[in-house]
Design a protein around this ligand. Structure first.
Ligand code: CIR
Length: 269
């Protein structure tokens, strides 16, 4: 696996904060937290490639939202927040240079990558129908990915589908036991495609969003001992290595999840 990340804008303090209580962002602390994230990723993937910061786009470090990589295909997103339009341009160029087959979503589709959950070990891709992502993007994603099943799921609360939900592996979904996670749990219960997945709730909003830099490694954020204990037990049971990253408080203030700061590129790419 390789990872694409983006430098932190000097304007990061102006990032969109809608879901979390507004608190001033300490950009220097954010730099340190981002550095720790990248260093941990470097120890777990073959290469981390960094696209330079873009000070005109305060949210541009949230690179996950700008493209979805599925195998050798990169689908370039159309960010759902007007202030984020354009962030995807250098990301598309980088993915093209890396040899991926680049496809684009076209208007009226809008999509943030944080709304796209690929379920490991299956050809199923869930797309959250949220404030940022619409049904046209589901149709276009499906057309670009004929060997996958792309299924839209309504996101009634919170920013993105993956804010309170990720997959731990091909058997287990993690959900945050908060309003957004509970609402999604009932939406997911109605999907026959997910019948084979066990659903595990963790108490903390931040801890259900884990990053999988390989099929053996899981990264989570600290800050909730109860959630950490749940993840420890799950990982032990599955032979997965759990890596704990000190909570990225400044990113959480801007509604960012752990997955949001990278795009993972499978090895063949
Ligand atoms: C936004 O509102 O777009 C950013 N402040 C946060 C984006 C977080 N993205 C993600 O978790 N995938």
């Amino acid at each position: 696996m390789r990872a694409l990340v983006r430098g932190l804008a000097s304007t990061f303090a102006d990032a969109i904060c809608i879901e979390s209580p507004v608190q001033p962002i300490d950009v220097q602390l954010a730099q340190q937290q981002k550095h720790a994230y990248v260093e941990l990723l470097k120890s777990l993937v073959h290469e981390v490639i960094e696209i330079p910061a873009d000070n005109k786009h305060p949210d541009s470090c949230f690179i996950e939202d700008t493209a979805v990589v599925v195998g050798r295909t990169a689908i370039i997103a159309r960010p759902g927040a007007a202030s984020r339009l354009g962030e995807e341009v250098p990301v598309a160029e980088a993915l093209q240079k890396l040899g991926l087959e680049v496809k684009r979503l076209e208007a009226p589709a809008t999509l943030d990558g944080g709304d796209v959950l690929q379920l490991p070990g299956t050809n199923l891709i869930l797309v959250g129908l949220s404030k940022r992502t619409n049904a046209a993007s589901v149709e276009q994603m499906q057309a670009h990915l004929p060997n996958h099943r792309v299924v839209g799921v309504s996101v009634d609360h919170g920013l993105h589908l993956k804010s309170p939900l990720t997959a731990l592996d091909s058997t287990t979904l993690l959900l945050a036991d908060v309003e957004a996670g509970r609402a999604l749990a009932s939406r997911l219960a109605a999907l026959p495609e997910l019948a084979g997945f066990k659903r595990v709730m963790v108490p903390d909003a931040v801890c259900a969003n884990v990053l999988l830099p390989s099929d053996r490694d899981v990264i989570m954020q600290t800050g909730c001992p109860e959630s950490e204990a749940v993840l420890e037990a799950l990982c032990l049971d599955r032979g997965l290595a759990l890596h704990k990253l000190p909570r990225m408080t400044e990113f959480v203030k801007a509604d960012g999840a752990l997955t949001c700061c990278s795009i993972l590129l499978p090895e063949a790419t």
